[in-house]
Design a protein around this ligand. Structure first.
Ligand SMILES: [Zn+2]
Length: 334
C-alpha cells in the first residue's frame, strides 16, 4: 500500500500518523517522548525507531513511505529550516530539519510550522468536501495564537518564514502587554490562553473580577471556557470572551485587507466542547465568537462582509501530523 508519513515534532512529544495514497487516515496515531531537549539528532532516532513499529502494526512492513511531512512549533523557512527555536530546545536553531529527516528516513521530506500543518489538514478536508477556498486564512487558538495563509492550495511563504498571524498588533492601549515575540500589543496577548490570563489580570487590578476568577490569572484563564459554555454565563465571562474574539477579529480584518481572503477559519482550543456543556450552550458560545469576529470585519470595506468566517470542520483533536502528511502527498503529487 502506498502511504505518506506525518510527524508532529513538539518539545515533549512526537506524534506519528499515516495517510494512504487517497489521503485517508490509516490506523491510529502513535505518540512518543520527542527527546527534543537532546537535540534534533535524538528526535530523529526516536522517529526512525518508531516508524517500523507503526508500519508493522498497520500491516505495511514491506514499503517505506513515499514521503514524510513534518511540522514543528517554530517559525519555519520554505527550505525546511527551523529559524528560531521557539517552543522547542535551543539546539534546534538554524537546523535544516527537512534535510535531516530526509537523510534519516531516506525518503523525500517536507517541513511546515505546526499551525500551517493544522491549517493544511483543514484545507484538505474542506477540499474533499467541496468547501475549500483559494484564499483561506486560519487562526489556531491555544496557549498562543497561531495562524496560516493558504492561497491557491499552497501554504503562503516568502523567503523568510510563513505567516505568524498571532503577532498582528491589535492593542495600542496603555494596557497593552508585552508578547513572547518581543513586541507589545500582539493579538496573541489577548486571544490565547496567555491572553485570557492577561485579561483576567487587568480586570483583577481594576477590582472587576467575580469570586470564580479570583487568584492566579493563569489558573483562572483555564476555567474560562467552562464558565463560557454554561447555559447562562456571568456577564463578566461573556465580556472576557468578547474581548478575546474582538482581538481575533481585529487581526482578521488586517489580514483580510492584506491578502484578500474569502474564508477565515478558527480552530483549536477555543472550539473544544467542555464535558459538562450541553449542545445549545456550546453552539451559542461558538456562534457568539464568530459574530464578534464578523463584527470587526464589517467595520471596514463592504466586500469584507462576503468573507465566510467559520469554525474548523476538521474534527481531529490533533491534526497537525496528518496535515503535514497531506502536505507531503500534495508536494509529491500535485
Ligand atoms: Zn507578538
Amino acid at each position: 500500500m502506498q502511504h505518506f508519513l506525518g510527524v508532529d515534532i513538539g518539545a515533549s512529544t512526537v506524534k506519528l500518523g499515516l495517510i494512504d495514497a487517497d489521503g485517508a487516515i490509516v490506523g491510529s496515531r502513535h505518540d512518543y517522548d520527542s527527546e527534543a531537549s537532546g537535540g534534533p539528532q535524538a528526535t530523529m532516532r526516536v522517529i526512525a525507531d518508531a516508524l517500523p513499529r507503526l508500519l508493522d502494526e498497520n500491516g505495511i512492513s514491506d514499503a517505506p513511505p513515499i514521503a514524510v511531512g513534518a511540522c514543528s512549533p517554530t517559525p519555519v523557512s520554505a527550505d525546511g529550516l527551523c529559524v528560531y527555536p521557539t517552543n522547542i530546545d535551543a539546539s534546534w536553531e538554524g537546523v535544516n530539519v527537512k534535510e535531516l529527516l530526509s537523510e534519516t528516513l531516506d525518503v523525500p521530506a517536507y517541513l511546515l510550522n505546526d499551525g500551517d500543518a493544522a491549517a493544511y489538514r483543514e484545507y484538505a478536508v474542506r477540499r474533499a468536501q467541496g468547501r475549500a477556498s483559494d484564499g483561506m486564512v486560519q487562526f489556531i487558538t491555544g496557549t498562543g495564537l497561531g495562524g496560516s495563509i493558504i492561497v491557491n492550495g499552497e501554504v503562503f511563504a516568502g523567503p523568510g518564514v510563513t505567516a505568524e498571524l498571532g503577532h498582528v498588533v491589535t492593542d495600542t492601549s496603555s494596557d497593552a502587554d508585552r508578547c513572547g515575540c518581543g513586541a507589545t500589543g500582539c493579538a496573541e496577548t489577548r486571544a490565547s490562553l496567555t491572553g485570557l490570563a492577561n485579561i483576567v489580570r487587568h480586570r483583577g487590578e481594576r477590582g472587576q473580577l467575580p469570586e470564580e476568577l479570583a487568584g492566579e490569572p493563569r489558573l483562572a484563564a483555564r476555567k474560562l471556557r467552562a464558565l463560557g459554555q454554561v447555559p447562562d454565563p456571568l456577564p463578566v465571562v461573556r465580556d472576557i470572551w468578547k474581548e478575546y474574539f474582538t482581538h481575533i477579529g481585529l487581526a482578521a480584518r488586517t489580514v483580510a485587507n492584506t491578502v484578500g481572503c474569502d474564508l477565515i477559519v478558527i480552530s483549536g482550543g477555543a472550539q473544544e466542547r467542555e464535558a459538562h456543556a450541553d449542545e445549545a450552550s456550546w453552539r451559542r458560545f461558538l456562534d457568539e465568537g464568530i459574530e464578534t469576529i464578523k463584527g470587526e470585519l464589517h467595520r471596514s470595506f463592504p466586500h469584507l462582509r462576503r468573507i465566510r468566517v467559520e469554525w474548523a470542520i476538521d474534527q481531529l483533536a490533533d491534526s497537525a501530523a496528518y496535515g503535514a502528511a497531506a502536505y507531503a502527498r500534495h508536494a509529491v503529487n500535485d
